[in-house]
Design a protein around this ligand. Structure first.
Ligand code: PHE
Length: 339
């Protein structure tokens, strides 16, 4: 019995397993305890020697149990210390980081292209006065774009700008010609939303004013932007169009060789030569502000485009509403690198 007990003690590799062995042999109804219980039935002489024998065996088993218990406890403590130890040679954990929104990335690309061409960057208000959004841009009161279904009007008579063209006016009032300016920002239109329409979206406005500025300069600038965005092979297409604040006016598209094989003409925005009425409206505002009338007789071009359209194609985003829904499955793809 001693031998089997010692074998079982040696084999026990956890404190729980050892406890079972302990109960089996030296517990209240353990095998050794039971043997001791039989002593009473023996004649006195035999009882003495047998009792001594069993006690030796019990002591041996108990000693083995104690030793094993100490060993297992020490091992458990070692493991605990090990698991709590800090390994200073491990590489650190990366901190979770945000990333730039796809629209910001497209803006950054565009702004870089235009600042390389010497443009200043301007920003202006989203809550705007009617005069800067419409009147001064040669958009008369009866123009359909002013109607309630297109414009978000505020109770105080102001509005949420429907385009960034308000910045043409604001910039010319503040700065003397000649100038080259781009302006980024949010614009708002009161219309039904679908995969390509949102009530809020973004625009980049461009304005160049000087002497002898022509449509050829405008086309060259848009072509340069296209090459900056899509490489040397990018093509540009102009189609006649109408905007009250330019004459002649055009819409422009860029042909883009998309890596996913979705190459196509991308209708990007509107442009044209600044209308003389716009220069006149600017000079009127300047005069009211005590500044010299420097714009009438100047020439210039303006353009406006939507970065959403570029981003949708560039990143393969099929629905404009994904940009602003804050769905981590979409925006999570723009984490990390900041470009
Ligand atoms: N403001 C026009 C729009 O929102 C775009 C445009 C800008 C057209 C400048 C011509 C010149 O559609």
């Amino acid at each position: 019995m001693q031998q089997t007990a010692i074998q079982e003690i040696t084999a026990a590799d956890t404190l729980d397993a050892l406890q079972l062995v302990k109960t089996k042999y030296v517990g209240k109804s353990g095998l050794v305890t039971k043997e001791l219980g039989t002593l009473g039935k023996l004649p006195p002489e035999e009882r003495k020697t047998r009792g001594a024998e069993i006690n030796v065996i019990r002591a041996a088993i108990q000693a083995a149990l104690d030793e094993k218990e100490a060993t297992l406890k020490r091992a458990a403590l070692d493991a605990k210390l090990q698991s709590e130890a800090i390994d200073v040679t491990l590489p650190g954990l990366g901190l979770p980081s945000g990333g730039l929104h796809p629209i910001s990335r497209v803006y950054d690309d565009l702004i870089a292209i235009f600042t390389r061409m010497g443009y200043e960057v301007a920003e202006g208000p989203e809550v705007e006065e009617e005069h800067y959004n419409f009147e001064a841009l040669n958009i008369p009161w009866y123009h359909p774009a002013r109607e309630l279904q297109d414009t978000f009007w505020l109770e105080d008579g102001r509005l949420l700008r429907t385009h960034t063209s308000n910045m043409q006016i604001r910039y010319m009032v503040e700065h003397d010609p000649d100038l080259k300016m781009v302006s980024r920002g949010k614009v708002y239109r009161y219309e039904a939303t679908d995969a390509t329409h949102e009530a809020m979206f973004h625009q980049l406005e461009g304005l160049v004013v000087g002497d002898g500025i022509s449509m050829a300069d405008l086309k060259g600038t848009i072509a340069e932007m296209a090459r900056g965005l899509y490489g040397a092979g990018a093509k540009v297409r102009f189609q006649p169009s109408y905007y009250p604040f330019v004459e002649p006016g055009a819409d422009f598209a860029i042909y883009w060789n998309n890596p996913r094989g979705e190459s196509k003409w991308l209708e990007l925005g509107g442009c044209g030569m600044v209308h003389p009425n716009v220069f006149k409206a600017v000079d009127d505002l300047r005069e009211q502000a005590g500044k010299p009338r420097l714009y009438e007789g100047k020439t210039g071009f303006a353009f406006g485009l939507g970065p959403e359209r570029i981003a949708m194609l560039k990143y393969g985003i099929p629905d404009i509403r994904y940009f602003y829904a804050n769905d981590p499955r979409v925006m999570g793809q723009f984490r990390g690198e900041l470009g």
